[in-house]
Design a binder for this molecule. Structure first.
Ligand code: SAH
Length: 460
């Protein structure tokens, strides 16, 4: 992070603006809007300053800038067309340790202005650290669209009742929960629809009925195959409510980082051979944490109910009557197929698809291989990298042609995604030389041939 965003109180503070052109006028409006005592130094003023002068009070010193002008200021902006003047302003500001912004000269700025979405008292500031102001503005317009103008009223409502709400909750966690009920629930909706009185009444009821002895809740969340954009809205919303997040190796760290900053994050494994926390212990942990009143997000790669042991993890919760929700995720089979340009079904090539575990036990794979012989069915093997030689050997031994197309998709949806294609007869030797890394997914069937035709820029 090159710049730390902060919100600065400028009310009644002296600020100097050197220059009075169109860009300076824009900055002046921000500064005056934030209550600064503004001194503008410039021999001439753009017409916009007249309008500003009528709306706000500001001092214009009609002359060139001279060293010594910055004494006492808490912030300086230079916006003259003359690089030499801008540099002198910068030099003086630095020698006095006054934060300085020189318009259009990032090298002369000790601070920069972000793009702003103003729903005061809620303010959203977006900065690209000067790298791409146009990108920052584009993000701003997306956020603008997300936040109705009346969002400001929710913030004002919160400010007005902050002390009552603080008094109603006994712990930090409890207070947060009350706030969340206000912000995510009907009270916010009442405010947004301009029914302030009804909102106040609903708040009174909420604070009165609020019970202190809550059991927590567990969210078993499918986090998708890796690319954070493949999470669902619901997954994100519940993740951001959680007080603690349990995650394992398949979950992208960028997704874990989307949890609340103050939420605890607990890594619970597991690699093929390293089960950092054994499954039974994870199941118990979910119960214990929920009984402590915590909201627990259990993040699983892909979908929790596809080779995810999600069923086991919630069984104990169900037995103990602990509230839980299960959020489906995009399973690796779907994601890897799409990102490799391989449709799992296709009118001409595959009328069904089968998800199969390739996880070996004692070096063996126990399947009814005779069920896997249809030429019009796509087979998707999870956890199949180690067992690949067995899969190929058994399929061929039971009658599938050596020429049956096979795809192996390594780290699907990540920047490192790789696609290897071959046949049941050839894929093993391809794997030996390409040495793909886990996680990998194996797809068997004629649809694999389409990868070449349906190749797109994300398809590896
Ligand atoms: N619940 C998960 C699957 C867990 S089993 C899901 O629904 O996706 C773990 C296996 O999933 C891995 O061995 C691999 O075969 C597959 N897998 C998970 N993420 C993957 C990815 N990004 N790319 C390729 N395969 C992946």
């Amino acid at each position: 992070m090159d710049f730390l965003p902060i919100n600065l109180r400028l009310r009644d503070q002296p600020v100097v603006l050197v220059g009075a052109g169109v860009v300076a006028a824009r900055k002046a409006r921000f500064l005056l809007g934030a209550g600064a005592i503004l001194t503008v130094i410039a021999p001439e003023q753009d017409a916009q300053f007249r309008a500003l002068g009528e709306e706000f009070s500001l001092t214009w010193q009609q002359r060139e800038y001279a060293p010594g002008d910055l004494a006492g200021a808490i912030m300086v902006i230079a916006a003259t067309p003359d690089r030499g003047v801008n540099e002198s302003v910068h030099r003086e500001a630095r020698s006095l340790n006054i934060p300085v912004n020189v318009v259009d000269s990032p090298d002369l700025c000790s601070f920069i202005f972000p793009a702003i979405v103003d729903r005061s008292p809620l303010i959203v500031a977006i900065s690209s650290s000067g790298a791409s102001p146009v990108l920052a503005r584009s993000v701003r317009s997306r956020i603008e669209a997300m936040l109705p103008a009346a969002t400001a009223d929710i913030a004002r409502f919160g400010r007005l009742h902050r002390d009552r709400i603080r008094a109603a909750g006994e712990s930090e966690g409890e207070r947060r929960r009350i706030w969340e009920q206000i912000i995510d629930g009907p009270i916010a909706q009442l405010i947004l629809s301009n029914r302030w009185q009804a909102a106040e009444q609903a708040l009174a009821e909420l604070l009165e009925s609020h019970s202190t002895s809550a059991v927590g809740e567990v969210y078993l969340i499918g986090a998708g195959p890796g690319d954070p954009e493949l999470m669902t809205f619901k997954a994100l919303r519940l993740l951001q409510r959680a007080d603690i997040v349990l995650h394992d190796r398949l979950v992208n760290p960028d997704i874990v980082a989307m949890a609340r900053r103050d939420a605890d994050k607990l890594y619970v494994g597991k690699r093929r051979s390293d089960h950092s926390v054994p499954q039974d212990r994870i199941n118990e942990l979910l119960v214990e944490l929920a009984l402590e009143g915590k909201r627990v997000a259990r993040l699983k790669g892909g979908d929790p109910f596809v080779f995810g042991r999600g069923g086991e993890e919630i069984e104990l919760l169900a037995q103990r009557d602990i509230p839980f929700q299960v959020v489906p995720g995009i399973t690796a089979g779907n994601a890897a197929a799409c990102y490799a340009g391989i449709p799992l079904t296709h009118r001409d090539y595959a009328q069904s698809v089968r998800f199969v575990t390739g996880h070996t036990k004692d070096g063996e794979l126990h399947h009814r291989w005779e069920e896997f012989l249809s030429n019009t069915e796509t087979l998707v093997f999870y956890m199949g990298l180690v067992g690949l030689p067995i899969i190929c050997r058994e399929l061929i031994a039971h009658g599938r042609s050596k020429d049956t197309p096979v795809a192996l998709i390594e780290r699907a949806t990540s920047a490192e995604q790789r696609l290897l294609t071959g046949t049941l007869g050839s894929i093993e030797s391809l794997v030996e030389s390409a040495k793909p890394q886990a996680p990998t997914l194996i797809i068997v069937g004629k649809v694999v041939l389409l990868a070449e035709r349906l190749r797109w820029y994300g398809s590896g």
